[in-house]
Ligand binder design. Structure first.
Ligand SMILES: Cc1cc2nc3c(=O)[nH]c(=O)nc-3n(C[C@H](O)[C@H](O)[C@H](O)COP(=O)(O)O)c2cc1C
Length: 402
């Protein structure tokens, strides 16, 4: 399966750059979009050109950079109208306090602000400024107005600002900005749903230092969370140890032990519409956890007991929720996934095959089967990202079947 929503390829994107010290960061963003085969036209305010030269943007995009509403070669067809007709989405980044104020108040006194008023497609603002400016009530009010009118305003991050001080007001990373651009091209077919996803490994401690676990990276679970957010869902991600970046907008809850996972899942289960149990739960735990650090003295035997099956337990009280389970198998994946589908009474069971050198925790490709009913199965051989997309697409289809 190829990605159904091919990221930014061939998309026509306008980037509005304003007079902020963070404007140099947009060079990297533009490069990323071009690398993703997107088409970019950059519109700069006059003040932005004091920070970055238009030549840099035109070299990276292969397109002219637009600054003046009345350029020297002005023709009968106004630039802001041409650009409004060309762009599928506009990202204003960095957005100064000034441009936010103009946009919120309908002021159109230069090319960018006039384009904002005439643009018929989605506009995203990514503010960046000094913390005092960000917390100024006039700026807060302008942002409230913009959001109320349906514009996306990406909250700035907390971190080191241009002055060297730490505070709120930093432009989010290029990856975050790219995420918001991609979101514009996704169908909002999970909007209104609250999705609870578990990811990563759990640990079961033998003593105060050592534990038994598995090498789950959490990757698939984080991709699932990203897919769900891109499609408009509200996402809570309960995750064991993972180095995966948290997708923007996802609420992440960190857990370590199986009992913590159980507690957090039960806490959020009643308020969610969909539960996706992707965490690689360590199925056994020591009967007794020893105190301190076990000394290296002679042989040691560990007695293990199975941990509670959270999925099977919650399926009994699902009341209209959609429940998705995962099972990693080393053989007979189809038979075992079907058996677990029936026994755990889930709506979807994803069986993944751990074949030496092919599938499993650490490799990118997954092979297996998705069970939707005893008679309806779908075999797959996909990357983790593609599998996440397929699962979310199927969840969205089920939603509309109801
Ligand atoms: C060195 C310097 C850095 C600035 N950085 C920011 C900034 O990060 N955010 C902001 O809102 N304004 C910043 N300003 C102020 C804006 O440049 C100023 O409000 C200007 O009128 C914005 O014009 P524009 O929105 O048309 O680009 C900065 C000004 C200077 C001199």
């Amino acid at each position: 399966m190829s990605l159904r929503y091919p990221e930014l390829e061939n998309r026509r994107i306008i980037i509005g750059v304003t007079g902020s010290i963070a404007s140099y960061k947009i060079l990297e963003l533009v490069r990323e979009i071009v690398r993703s085969k997107g088409q970019v036209k950059v519109v700069m305010t006059r003040n932005a050109t004091k920070f970055v030269t238009p030549h840099a943007f035109s070299t990276l995009t292969g397109n002219p950079v637009y600054v003046d509403l009345f350029p020297p070669d002005f023709s009968w067809s106004p630039l802001h109208i041409n650009l409004s007709e060309w762009g599928e989405v506009m990202l204003v980044a960095p957005a100064t306090a000034n441009i936010l104020g103009k946009a919120a108040n309908g002021i159109a006194d230069d090319l960018l602000s006039t384009l904002i008023l005439s643009f018929p497609n989605p506009i995203i603002f990514a503010p960046a400024m000094n913390e005092n400016m960000w917390k100024n009530s006039a700026v807060e009010e302008n942002i409230r107005i913009l959001r109320e009118r349906g514009f996306e305003v990406i909250p700035p991050e907390k971190g080191e600002l241009a002055t060297g001080k730490v505070g709120e007001g930093r432009l989010p990373s290029s990856q975050t900005l790219l995420f918001w651009l991609r979101k514009c091209f996704y169908p909002e077919n999970l909007k209104g749903l609250k999705i609870l996803i578990t990811a990563g490994p759990t640990r079961e401690y033998i003593d105060d230092i050592r534990f038994i676990s598995n090498p789950s990276s959490g990757k698939l679970g984080y991709f699932l969370a990203e897919e769900a957010i891109l499609r408009g869902a509200e996402v809570i991600l309960i995750s064991g140890e993972s180095t995966q970046p948290v997708p923007p907008g996802v609420e992440k809850i960190v857990i370590e032990k199986g009992e913590e996972l159980e507690k957090e899942v039960k806490k959020f289960f009643s308020s969610c519409d969909v539960l996706i149990m992707n965490a690689a739960v360590t199925d056994f735990r020591p009967c007794k956890k020893m105190k301190g650090k076990i000394k290296r003295e002679g042989k040691l035997s560990l007695e293990l007991i199975p941990v509670p099956d959270i999925l099977a337990e919650l399926s009994k009280e699902k009341k209209g929720k959609l429940i998705v389970g995962f099972s990693l198998e080393t053989e007979e994946v189809e038979k075992r996934a079907l058996e677990k589908f029936k026994r755990k009474k889930v709506d979807i069971m994803v069986g993944c095959l751990q074949k030496e050198g092919y599938s499993g925790f650490k490799v990118e490709n997954m092979e297996g089967v998705i069970v939707y009913s005893p008679h309806q199965k779908e075999r797959f051989s996909l990357t983790k990202r593609e599998l996440a997309e397929l699962i979310m697409e199927r969840i969205a289809e089920r939603r509309f079947e109801k």
